[in-house]
Write a protein that binds this ligand. Sequence first.
Ligand code: IPD
Ligand code: CA
Ligand code: CA
Length: 283
Amino acid sequence: MAEIAREAGELLRTYFRGAWFVPESAGNAATEADRHVRIEYKGDVDLVTVADRRSEALIVERIRQRWPGHDILGEEGTRTSSGSEYQWYVDPLDGTTNFAHGYPVFCVSLGLARAGELIAGVIFDPVRDELFAAEQGSGAWLNQRRISVSPTPSLGESLLGTGFPSQKRHKNPNIHFYQRLTLRSHGVRRAGSAALDLACVACGRYDGFWEFNLNPWDTAAGVVLVREAGGIVTDFQGGPFDLASREVCASNRHIHAALLHEFKQVFEGKDLEPLPSPARRTP
Ligand code: IPD
Ligand code: CA
Ligand code: CA
């Protein structure tokens, strides 16, 4: 899995350009024609590029070469269901919006389940050359070193991550959670790659992460990493995480109850901070 993720990540890097460089010939500012990779739209603000598709094609080819009987669910359209007990979850480029704008936060994410249970996950960040890998019962690793979730004891001392979906953004309630948790932690980051967010919980860069409406290819690998690094992953009520439930809350365990408490308060509409109005603005 690690070899496949690395190969796909290297492919992504060949398409990536992290700045609008001024073309040498003209000496003028860059124009839309200089964009390194053309953006297409799957939805309103749901982007896809040739890099997403090529990466998925490569990953699927490699899986089929080595494990022809395994089933695969890939974000860019791969669906095989032969009834194999092995099921892959493939996100060939997690963080497409970042990638397309040249913001260097994106990765390849490969999760594997056997008989419905997640058993392995690999996330490769080609920008930092960081390979996160975990196998059920064997721990979690970043490159060649064992990793662990953070020991941060309280929500008030934590750094958190979250994300906002690329579809139906106007219907998403996450802004209320974002606001509440920003006021009760060291901060909430929104980096734009759910798989890397989970990897950040697994290695202790974040103490917790939550998001609504993710898909199995976003979460499968990261969930194995967090569990194997000693963390916990649940739904927003504290029930077991389910790939199909589209609710994910991951943490270092120590802050989990406090996170769930804050979610409950928001769901019940309690203590909502009033939105600022111009009249109440302080100088
Ligand atoms: C997206 C990223 C993002 C999350 C979105 C996902 P994609 O995946 O993981 O962080 O907030 O919900 O759709 O489309 O870049 O593979
Ligand atoms: Ca994704
Ligand atoms: Ca993707």
